[in-house]
Design a protein around this ligand. Structure first.
Ligand code: ZN
Length: 153
């Protein structure tokens, strides 16, 4: 079994990827980071979707040049797919750390991050990354802000 050569593949047409596509690429990225590979069964488990739906979507992602799907090896990401997967995972991490730092309950953090991660520009993410880093390095300030938050904004 050989990888399809990238030259023969359709180039992903651009910035028009849906939240669903981003969630898949994020998930595949995370699985590959954690386990070294991404199988349909694991993607289905993590996203809470049937394996048949996942297989459909993976074939679509393959046709669009984001992944290469091999029945026995699982899902391999192309450079284009990796770029998006990494970016969404980065947004997810920054947003989660920023909000969790304020002590919000994990369910709220998760819900909000899953929405926001698809709609945030690089510039805004840079601002939030700076804020997160400053706050993590300044527990006094964070404590002060949390007190204010508790007493009502
Ligand atoms: Zn996410």
């Amino acid at each position: 079994m050989r990888l399809t050569m990238p030259a023969k593949r359709k180039e992903p047409t651009a910035h028009v990827h849906s939240p669903a596509i981003e969630d898949y690429l994020e998930q595949i990225h995370n699985l590959i980071e954690a386990k070294g590979y991404a199988r349909v069964v694991d993607i289905a488990g993590n996203l809470g979707i049937s394996q048949a739906s996942v297989t459909n979507m993976i074939q679509k992602l393959d046709a669009e040049g984001y992944v290469v799907y091999e029945r026995y090896r699982g899902v391999v990401m192309t450079e284009a797919g990796k770029k998006i997967g990494q970016e969404i995972a980065r947004r997810h991490e920054v947003l989660t750390r920023l909000l969790a730092g304020f002590g919000l309950d994990p369910e709220t953090v998760h819900q909000d991050v899953e929405g926001m991660e698809h709609h945030i520009s690089r510039q805004t993410l840079d601002v939030l990354t700076l804020l997160m880093e400053e706050l993590e390095g300044n527990p006094e300030l964070l404590k002060k802000l949390k007190r204010k938050l508790k007493s009502g904004v």
